[in-house]
Design a protein around this ligand. Structure first.
Ligand SMILES: C[S@@+](CC[C@H](N)C(=O)[O-])C[C@H]1O[C@@H](n2cnc3c(N)ncnc32)[C@H](O)[C@@H]1O
Length: 234
């Protein structure tokens, strides 16, 4: 299992807080969970990253899981009283169940293969309490993939400048994002690269992974940022 965010974990929030509206998304998750599983109290965020959603879901008894120790270090600093677990979403076993399990911001794409997609959805399903809700925000479908897209993200703060650029490529059913970072702080200018590989799964492949895990999922084609959202009840 490849950990891809280790170099960029400490600047993750600076890059993505302008792209994602974490407070609004967390409020929407809360609304969805309470609508479908009234009284839900416990919540697990799978591939929780830096804990940016969890920060706004503290009305629940929350826990987080991520593959990357550097991302977890940021999450632990942000939320010192929250239990965080290092593990692979395709094979984790926390030995407990939750009223809600969420997996946001296309993290599921990192499983890369359909085989591991099934393992990941099954692992999440095994952590659902009876009547619990599983919410998964997918990566792009093969049909939504656009060749030749130029990717760029820029941060311009007084003591932090970031340029992150890439030319995403498609290799069969996998999207490959080779990202180049240039990061300037008062300590100096650093340059590094990251390779992200995410599987491109069809809606039918995803729905089948839920079915195989014993869950019937609803598919909202929009979701928080146009990539869709799967919502399933145990
Ligand atoms: C795009 S980030 C999303 C983080 C967070 N959910 C958010 O919304 O900001 C993807 C996250 O998936 C994690 N990840 C990638 N592969 C994983 C795996 N196999 N198991 C658990 N986490 C994984 C990465 O370490 C990273 O934190």
């Amino acid at each position: 299992m490849r950990r891809v965010f280790s170099r960029s974990a400490r600047i993750y929030d600076a890059v993505y807080s302008s792209i994602r509206d974490y407070p609004r998304e967390a409020a929407e998750l809360d609304r969805l969970i309470q609508e479908r599983r009234p009284g839900a109290r416990t919540l697990l965020d799978v591939a929780c990253g830096t804990g940016a959603h969890l920060e706004h879901l503290m009305g629940y008894e929350v826990e987080g899981l991520d593959l990357d120790p550097e991302m977890l270090a940021v999450a632990r600093a942000r939320l010192p009283n929250v239990p965080f677990h290092e593990g692979d979403m395709a094979s984790f076993d926390l030995g407990k169940r939750f009223d809600a399990v969420v997996c946001m911001f296309s993290s599921i794409g990192y499983v890369k293969t359909e085989y591991r997609l099934h393992s990941a959805i099954a692992s999440m399903a095994r952590h659902l309490a009876p009547g619990g809700l599983l919410v998964v925000e997918p990566w792009l479908t093969p049909e939504a993939w656009v060749d030749g897209h130029v990717s760029g993200a820029f941060v311009d703060e007084p003591e932090l400048k970031i340029a992150r650029m890439g030319l995403p490529q498609r290799e069969g059913t996998v999207s490959v994002l080779d990202l180049e970072y240039l990061v300037a702080t008062p300590d100096g200018v650093e340059r590094f690269s990251e390779r992200h590989e995410l599987g491109l799964f069809t809606v039918e492949q995803c729905l089948e992974a839920f079915r195989a895990a014993g869950l019937e999922a609803d598919h909202d084609p929009e979701g928080p940022m146009g990539r869709g959202l799967y919502i399933a009840t145990a």
